[in-house]
Design a protein around this ligand. Sequence first.
Ligand SMILES: C/C(=C\Cc1cc(O)c2ccccc2c1O)CCC[C@H](C)CCC[C@H](C)CCCC(C)C
Ligand SMILES: C[S@@+](CC[C@H](N)C(=O)[O-])C[C@H]1O[C@@H](n2cnc3c(N)ncnc32)[C@H](O)[C@@H]1O
Length: 267
Amino acid sequence: MAITITRPFRSPPVPFRRCSSPVSLRFSRLGRGIRCSATDRQELFSRIAPVYDNLNDVLSLGLHRTWKRMCVSWSGAKRGDRVLDLCCGSGDLAFLLSQKVGLDGEVKAVDFSRMQLKAAATKQEMYWKSCYKNIIWIEGDALSLAFEDCCFDAITVGYGMRNVADKPRALQEIFRVLKPGSRASILDFNKSKSLLVTSFQNWSIDNIVVPFASTYGLSEEYRYLKSSIAEFLTGDELVNLAKEVGFSSAKHYEIGGGLMGNLVITR
Ligand SMILES: C/C(=C\Cc1cc(O)c2ccccc2c1O)CCC[C@H](C)CCC[C@H](C)CCCC(C)C
Ligand SMILES: C[S@@+](CC[C@H](N)C(=O)[O-])C[C@H]1O[C@@H](n2cnc3c(N)ncnc32)[C@H](O)[C@@H]1O
């Protein structure tokens, strides 16, 4: 399956100083509040693309697939719908959406990492389900979507919102391309108010995730998880931001014992 390039990815004007240091130093500095550009994150996700799915399965004991099914259910996607999976990565949610909307529906899956899209397209060629023909992989920027207003019946974002450089802008784009009365479902790590949950998240990243990722030479890339969660928005802050953008309703559900969260917003 070909990958459509809607536009060459241009780094959006981001409030981060472009890091000129080598990758290892660049991401090791992330944890100390020195942020990197959208381009650095683009490169991060391209580097982890070959092992991304496997590490998600191992490190979450397969639970991430349950969390992703919940995200897609909350989107309200149904047979015949035109839907968008934003920050699609290796396509897990796009494949789930594909089964929901069927062959008379359509899934557009957008990511700015070509390597992640290649991984997704490879899986699409390997999988036997005929409905997967309804997925179109598009290299593009979540902060500047090449779609008309009000064109999608449902949108999912799986572990993407925490990684975009400009969250208000991303929600504005989601609002713009969503049909009135339709929903977006945004799954990510939960920036918990519970010290116990936050401590467990940080402990498991430090003592399980990063050491395991280091066997693939990706310790700094996975260490980024910790700082990105710390710099994310809480569920209440995501709800308030969504309402400021103009969504008529917004609800944040904590799942996975509070480790993860899913924002459900209606235009
Ligand atoms: C699917 C998951 C994470 C996707 C993901 C998101 C990112 O922003 C990344 C950034 C940099 C590198 C990798 C990722 C990335 O994989 C969630 C599950 C996979 C996590 C890697 C595992 C997280 C472990 C939890 C903190 C603790 C889980 C305990 C549970 C009882 C098994
Ligand atoms: C952690 S992965 C999530 C992949 C997939 N949705 C999943 O649930 O496994 C985050 C993805 O967001 C993409 N991403 C981050 N910022 C983006 C942006 N501004 N535009 C498009 N994709 C972006 C990355 O390239 C990466 O593939």
